[in-house]
Design a protein around this ligand. Structure first.
Ligand code: F0G
Length: 354
């Protein structure tokens, strides 16, 4: 199907819309599911069927667009004039883009100093009202909940029920693209909305006869922000994966249900494991994702070595955001010599080793 076809139209029967709901679309969804060609060999699992869902190819560069098309369409339908969100970056970029398309004002509260440059750049150019706060995401979300209530602005964080309803469509696509259900679905966990949304989607497909099974759901938090794994909120979450730098996930209980009902797990991975996976995806598969997205590959590596995931399984890793959003991290984690060379053919040959 043409990628510009609105997600809401494709999955209308499964979404809370009516014939009169206005559709605000930027051509979201229908993202590629790519089979890995090198990683499984590198990981010593040549029979592993590893697929990568490239959610960074959504219009604003992350999976957030799936939920945002619905949240903003419903906001317009209800007569809203403004929307608001707290964000580690991607939600703000997505909200700002869809809001401006719909003619709505968009307020975004960001944790100052912890939002990747590309995401901030997007929100600026889409014309959002950006308010950096001296606090973390969890604090920003608390303010947003109060502001939404007191100022009658529609909240478009994933506590808005339409967000997860839209995001569940990714599970439909995975099953369509694989022509079947994977054994495992691996996904990063921050505010825990996306894992909850996928699980809704898979369960709905099984219920309505679109699939005869569901995958084991494995979600991965960053170790310094692993509230669910530790079983208690973290006041000062820290991780290089700023998108999932969250210490009190809003969809905590639904994520736990997704893991337990599917016989899966919520686990954590260290920043070093995340960066290793981030580099492997780029170097072996030619895929540039965000550090946070790489948490699911880090988790796969961990669970293959633990034996919790079989080496011949069919596995889908959800790469949630585009690496271009975060142009600083590659420079921080690589040792490349970028000192300029004289503009001289012989010198160039010498540098190249010829
Ligand atoms: N990956 C990326 C690239 C994200 O931006 C996020 C969340 C996640 C994974 C985790 O998804 O929160 O549904 O568990 N970003 C939010 C934001 C919090 O504000 O952009 P989740």
């Amino acid at each position: 199907m043409h990628s510009q076809y609105p997600l809401i139209e494709r999955y209308r029967d499964f979404l809370p819309v009516s014939a009169t709901t206005p559709i605000i679309s930027l051509g979201e969804g229908n993202t590629p599911l790519i089979r890995a060609s090198n990683l499984h060999h590198f990981l010593g699992a040549p029979s592993l069927k590893l697929y990568l869902k490239l959610e960074g190819l959504n219009p604003t560069g992350s999976f957030k667009d799936r939920g945002m098309t619905l949240a903003i369409s419903k906001a317009v339908e209800s007569g809203a004039k403004a929307v608001i969100c707290a964000s580690t970056g991607n939600t703000s970029a997505s909200a700002a883009a869809f809001a401006t398309k719909a003619g709505l004002t968009c307020y975004v509260l960001l944790p100052h100093g912890h939002v990747a440059l590309g995401k901030l750049a997007q929100a600026i150019l889409y014309g959002a009202r950006i308010i950096p706060i001296k606090g973390n995401f969890d604090q920003a979300l608390e303010f947003v909940r109060n502001l939404a209530d007191q100022c009658h602005i529609t909240i478009v964080n994933s506590v808005n029920p339409y967000r997860l309803e839209g995001q569940k469509t990714a599970a439909f696509e995975v099953v369509e693209q694989l022509e079947g259900v994977p054994d495992y679905l691996l996904i990063p966990v921050g505010n825990a909305g996306n894992i909850s949304a996928y699980w809704r989607g898979f369960k709905l497909l099984r219920k309505t006869g679109g699939a005869n099974a569901t995958p084991h759901m494995f979600g991965f938090e960053a170790q310094g922000a692993a509230a669910i794994v530790r079983g208690q909120p973290i006041a000062n979450p820290e991780t290089i994966a700023t998108a999932i730098r969250i210490g009190n996930p809003a969809s905590w209980q639904e994520a736990i249900k997704a893991a337990s009902e599917s016989d899966g797990q919520i686990d954590s991975v260290t920043d070093d494991q995340i960066i290793e996976a981030y580099k492997l995806l780029a170097k072996l598969e030619g895929i540039f994702c965000e550090p946070s997205s790489a948490a699911c590959l880090a988790g796969l590596i961990k669970h293959l070595s633990m034996g919790t995931i079989a080496k011949d399984a069919t596995v889908v890793c959800v790469l949630t955001g585009n690496g271009l959003k975060d142009p600083d991290t590659p420079l921080k984690v690589s040792n490349v010599d970028l000192a300029p060379v004289e503009a001289d053919l012989q010198k160039l040959k010498t540098v190249m080793g010829f």
